[in-house]
Design a protein around this ligand. Structure first.
Ligand code: GUN
Length: 287
């Protein structure tokens, strides 16, 4: 049986480290690293995510500033809030929770956040920096996955075969960029890939982020691979609600050398890395 990677425990360590540094930052600058979280509308999943982000920020000793706007907020109002947060010296990180209601322009909002405060790492300047090997605010989920991978495999990932399943801007693309930066041999597969199972079965490192419940089965996985499951899917197989990943945990766990569970794997690490990014952004702004 493989090792199950405890994302909750690792995330608590990351938050602890941020808290120590945030206290030091406060002593130096007389201000706490500040995170503004903007939620538009009343999507229930987004509300849960935002609540968890605010709670963690408080645990990490950050100043968290929440802005809740009604679902019918217009673009101009959201633009002007972002402009105000861009200018606010106590705000070092800005996160606009996605998805936004359909009538709002998500790209325009991402582009409106100044790159220095873009703790999601979604702004094209940060995407460009990451992909050209420069220091960048890096999307939280892939950053969390990388911390977990290095915990399992050590700091040197060079030459490892890494397969990323999925090509989203939030996870798949930045994950591939991070693995390439670590000198892995990176293959990115997606819904149109032929022989996807065989390609995955070559991976020493398999990161799955597609949003399809239990898609990756045992015969997709090389014995001894490290498997990182980014998916969080709510299913009701026998009328009973449960959360599962994109990986069929039961069949894959005995084959992998290490695997993340769902829940309790990648999810907590994503939030912890948001705290880490806020601290990084604050330090960069005040030094
Ligand atoms: N919605 C789901 N994941 C994310 C994320 O990482 N950042 C933001 N802003 N919204 C999200």
């Amino acid at each position: 049986m493989s090792k199950i990677i405890d994302g909750r425990q690792l995330a608590a360590q990351v938050v602890d480290d941020v808290a120590t540094e945030a206290q030091f930052f406060y002593e130096q600058h007389g201000v706490k690293p500040g995170l503004a979280v903007v939620l538009v509308g009343d999507d229930s999943a987004s509300q849960v995510y935002v609540r968890n982000k605010i709670k963690r920020a408080q645990e990490a000793g950050l100043n968290s500033i929440e802005h809740k706007l009604p679902a019918d907020t217009d673009q101009a109002t959201l633009d002007s809030l972002v402009a105000q947060l861009n200018e606010d010296p106590v705000v070092h990180g800005i996160l606009v929770q996605l998805p936004l209601p359909d009538h709002l322009n998500e790209k325009a909002i991402i582009n409106a956040i100044v790159p220095e405060k873009d703790v999601d790492g979604f702004h094209p300047v940060n995407v460009g920096r990451l992909n050209s090997g420069q220091d960048a605010l890096t999307p939280c989920t892939p950053l969390g996955c990388m911390i977990m991978l290095k915990r399992e495999l050590g700091d040197d990932l060079s030459g490892k075969n890494a397969v990323v399943v999925g090509r989203s801007n939030i996870v798949g693309k930045p994950m591939a960029a991070l693995l390439l930066k670590e000198s892995c041999t990176v293959t990115q597969v997606h819904s149109r890939t032929k022989n996807i199972e065989q390609i995955c079965a070559q991976a020493d490192i398999l990161v799955v982020a597609v949003g399809r419940p239990e898609m990756v089965k045992a015969d997709w996985v090389k014995p001894g691979a490290v498997v990182i499951d980014v998916g969080i899917n709510a299913i009701e197989p026998n009328g009973e609600y449960k959360l599962v990943g994109d990986v069929d945990f039961e069949s894959v766990a005995p084959i992998a050398s290490a695997i993340t569970p769902v829940p309790g794997g990648v999810g907590p690490m994503t939030i912890a890395c948001l705290m880490k990014n806020t601290l990084t952004a604050a330090k960069q702004q005040l030094t």
